[in-house]
Write a protein that binds this ligand. Structure first.
Ligand SMILES: [Zn+2]
Length: 290
C-alpha cells in the first residue's frame, strides 16, 4: 500500500493556489479557455491572461485532496475576455454595432442600393473590446443612416438656395423651354419662358430699372431691375421695351413685350435672378416644379 500520490503544487503570481492531480489536463483546460472562452459567446475573440500558473511536482499524502477545479476557476477569473464585433461609423463616429462582418456589409450594400447621399462617409470598423456592444438589426441601421440625395433635376449639384428676402411673381406666362444651368453652348444663367410675340413681361418685384436697351451680348432688348440688397432681375429678348432707365416700377407692372431679339430661336423671355451679380436658379423661387 502506497501512502503517497504524485501531484503538482500550483502557484499563480507567486502564490500557492492548490494541488493539481494532472498538470497536463489542467493546463489544457486553461489553454482551451484562453482560445475559446467558455464557448458561450459568438463574439468572443480571445481571453487575455497575464501569467500562466507554474507547477512543481510533489508527492502528497493520500488523504490530501487535489483541487484542479478551484485552480482552473482562479486562473480564468483573472483573465480578461475580449469580444470582436463591428462598428458602423458615419463621419468617423460610431453609429451602430453589428455582430458580424457580413451584416455590416449588408448595411453598406443596402445604403448603396438606396443611393444614400452619405455613402462615402460610412465606414465599417473592426472592434475588439472587453465589453460587448448592443447590436442593431441591419434594417434599423440602414434606416438610421440613410440620407436622401438633394433633389436637383437641373444639374445634379448640391445647391444652396439663398434667400431673396422678398416675394417675386412670375414675370411671364408660357412654357419653360430652357432651364438654369443646363449646358448647351454655355452655362445657362436663366430660365426661358416661351409664349407668343407681344406677350406681357412683368416686373417680378418692385424696383428701379437700371438697364433698358438693346444688349449686343445676346440678350437683345433687355430690362434689368434692381430690387435692393444686391438683388437684380433680367428680362431678355423683348420685342418692345415699355420702361426706361431710372424709372421705378411696381411688382406686376408690364415692362416689356415678349420677342426674339438677340441670340434667340423664337419668342421667349430669358429671365434671370441675380444676387450680388451671381445668377441664381429662378426655379428655386418661381416656376417651382415646372
Ligand atoms: Zn435663356
Amino acid at each position: 500500500m502506497c501512502f503517497y500520490k504524485r501531484a503538482y503544487i500550483v502557484t499563480y503570481n507567486g502564490e500557492f493556489i492548490g494541488y493539481s492531480s494532472s498538470k497536463t489536463k489542467l493546463q489544457e483546460r486553461i489553454n482551451s479557455y484562453i482560445e475559446n472562452g467558455n464557448n458561450d459567446n459568438d463574439n468572443l475573440a480571445y481571453v487575455d491572461i497575464d501569467v500562466l500558473p507554474t507547477y512543481s511536482m510533489t508527492f502528497l499524502k493520500r488523504n490530501i485532496e487535489t483541487n484542479d477545479d478551484d485552480i482552473y476557476n482562479a486562473v480564468i477569473s483573472a483573465g480578461i475576455t475580449y469580444y470582436k464585433y463591428f462598428a458602423i461609423q458615419l463621419n468617423g463616429e460610431d453609429k451602430y454595432f453589428v455582430s458580424k462582418y457580413p451584416e455590416a456589409e449588408q448595411v453598406m450594400s443596402k445604403l448603396k442600393e438606396k443611393e444614400s447621399n452619405n455613402i462615402d462617409n460610412v465606414k465599417i470598423v473592426e472592434r475588439y473590446d472587453t465589453n460587448l456592444a448592443s447590436f442593431t438589426p441591419i434594417d434599423d441601421c440602414v434606416t438610421g443612416l440613410f440620407e436622401e440625395k438633394p433633389k436637383n433635376k437641373y444639374n445634379g449639384r448640391v445647391e444652396h438656395v439663398a434667400s431673396l428676402g422678398m416675394d417675386m411673381i412670375e414675370p411671364a406666362q408660357g412654357i419653360i423651354t430652357s432651364r438654369f444651368g443646363i449646358r448647351r453652348r454655355d452655362n445657362h444663367k436663366g430660365l426661358d419662358i416661351a409664349n407668343s410675340t407681344g406677350s406681357a413681361i412683368r416686373a417680378a418685384a418692385s424696383g428701379t430699372v437700371t438697364y433698358a436697351k438693346y444688349n449686343s451680348g445676346g440678350y437683345g432688348n433687355l430690362v434689368i431691375i434692381s430690387h435692393g440688397n444686391g438683388i437684380q432681375t433680367y428680362y431678355g429678348h423683348n420685342s418692345r421695351l415699355l420702361v426706361s432707365e431710372g424709372e421705378t416700377v411696381e411688382q406686376g407692372q408690364q415692362i416689356a413685350a415678349m420677342g426674339s431679339t438677340g441670340i434667340s430661336t423664337g419668342p421667349h423671355c430669358h429671365f434671370e435672378i441675380r444676387i450680388n451679380g451671381v445668377a441664381q436658379n429662378p426655379q428655386n423661387y418661381l416656376y417651382k416644379g415646372r
